[in-house]
Design a protein around this ligand. Sequence first.
Ligand code: DX5
Ligand code: ZN
Length: 220
Amino acid sequence: MSQAIKIAPSILSADFARLGEEVKAIDEAGADYIHIDVMDGHFVPNLTIGPVVVKSIRPHSKKPFDVHLMIEPVDPYLEAFSAAGADIITVHAEAGPHLDRSLQRIHELGKKAGVSLNPATPASAIEYVLDSVDLILVMTVNPGFGGQSFLTSQLAKIARIREMIGDRAIELEVDGGINPETARQVVDAGADVLVAGSAVFNGGDYGQQINALRGSAPKI
Ligand code: DX5
Ligand code: ZN
């Protein structure tokens, strides 16, 4: 199977004092999506950005904004992130009892709907929402911070979810500890969208880093 790999740099590792310029820079360096990590200090032990910041960086790129909501509750904020310019809105399966409702709401807002799984959450948690999602995000670290080490325990889950997806048009994204080496492992397991924060922003030339991640796709 040949896979077109997409790279989604996470702006969590960007220079927040120059966020607009950083977004423009990763866009020009070849990013496919702009990955935006939203944290609430409750669902995860960190605080990051809200809809106001998403809106302010929106003019700096025409690439899809891939908004990863690590917040609980999530439903009250979906409309605000939609209005701020999100294209893909991803919610966590663990963030509330009504995942199906959240996914429906995202579609009602006219956006692509994603669901994310923490490392300890089994693939079976999303078995009955597969026909309601456009993207599945497997966390390969415990969410909350950039720069953590990749959890190899998640490779089997990625492979299992790739099987579950079958011929559905669902993207399989991974997030956490992705570098050129782990990129190759997750792509081999079936991932087709790679989030990378520190590997893109802390490695020097953004274009070179993005190419290094993309180049890890198997040549088939
Ligand atoms: C972690 C975030 C990630 C993070 C990845 O909770 O969801 O998107 O920025 O950072 P790296 O690539 O440095 O692991
Ligand atoms: Zn993320």
